[in-house]
Design a protein around this ligand. Structure first.
Ligand SMILES: NC(=O)c1ccc[n+]([C@@H]2O[C@H](COP(=O)([O-])OP(=O)(O)OC[C@H]3O[C@@H](n4cnc5c(N)ncnc54)[C@H](OP(=O)(O)O)[C@@H]3O)[C@@H](O)[C@H]2O)c1
Length: 246
């Protein structure tokens, strides 16, 4: 790899926001590795988005430590940019009620949204380019305005990122978080929203449209760029004004 080609790892890169991020880096000529649990989805995306270099796909459940350890041989030896986009909603609440159901829901949201980010970052720490490496993780507007366990675990990423930035700063590596508002065209909500729901989401913004995965990819690309080297331990909202100034 020549010294100007960056090695970029994007978790959740098979679909939605992660796919748009991976496609953007691939178009720029970077070497991109995408991670997710579904091999076929990853393979198809890798073929569709490849640029100057083939996109490398690695199927792994990032919430499972043993599986991730086994996948290490398939991940790049040097990582210039790590983007943590993998995350998902818990399965719909069962009819079960009571404390066990509450505990299950919280554990599920934690496993789905915190562990994939923390575990992947942890195993790739020794491979991050020093100086100049970049870690960008995806949280959610729910972290700032609430949404039960999901919002709480997405807020955990903001606190975690502070420690990561402190740890990596002396090595010249930055760690930041992008905080999207509602983004259409992903698998996150399990299907297209109704017209009413889309209008409700649109009306929450100041600029009169809902988010697109490319909006989030643009924010990630900026934080991953050499020009953003003096920004670390921060979060950047991208929500069309649905929530201002936090
Ligand atoms: N869409 C929105 O409105 C919105 C708003 C704010 C924040 N976000 C956040 O944005 C991120 C991307 O979501 P999205 O909207 O692009 O939804 P998406 O299309 O469902 O993308 C999520 C990706 O994460 C992967 N993933 C989930 N759990 C994983 C695991 N344990 N191990 C490996 N890969 C895993 C999924 O692939 P597999 O299923 O194949 O594993 C999928 O490709 C998420 O963190 C989400 O919380 C989304």
């Amino acid at each position: 790899m020549d010294s100007t080609t960056r090695s970029v790892v994007v978790s959740g890169g098979g679909t939605g926001i992660g796919r748009a991020i991976a496609a953007r880096f691939a178009r720029q000529g970077d070497r991109v590795t995408i991670l997710g649990r579904r091999t076929e989805v990853l393979r198809a995306t890798a073929q569709e988005i490849e640029g100057a270099h083939p996109v490398h796909a690695v199927a792994v459940d990032l919430s499972a430590p043993e599986e991730l350890e086994q996948a290490m041989d398939h991940l790049p030896e040097r990582v210039d940019v790590l983007v943590n986009s993998a995350g998902r909603r818990g399965t719909p609440a069962s009819s079960e009620t009571g404390l066990k159901a509450v505990a299950d829901r919280w554990r599920q949201d934690f496993d789905n949204n915190v562990l994939p980010v923390v575990l992947l970052t942890e195993v790739l720490l020794p491979r991050l380019a020093r100086p100049g490496g970049r870690v960008v993780s995806i949280s959610s507007i729910a972290a700032l305005r609430g949404n039960g366990a999901y919002g709480a675990v997405k807020a955990a990423l903001l606190a975690w990122n502070h420690t990561l930035a402190q740890q990596l700063g002396p090595d010249g590596v930055t760690a930041n978080v992008v905080v999207p508002g509602y983004v259409a065209g992903t698998e996150f909500f399990g299907g297209a929203p109704s017209g009413d729901e889309l209008a409700r989401r649109r009306d929450q913004t100041l600029i009169g449209r809902v988010g697109d995965p490319d909006d989030i990819a643009a924010a990630v690309a900026f934080l991953a760029s050499p020009e953003a080297g003096y920004i670390t331990g921060e979060f950047l909202n991208s929500n069309g004004g649905a929530l201002c100034g936090r």
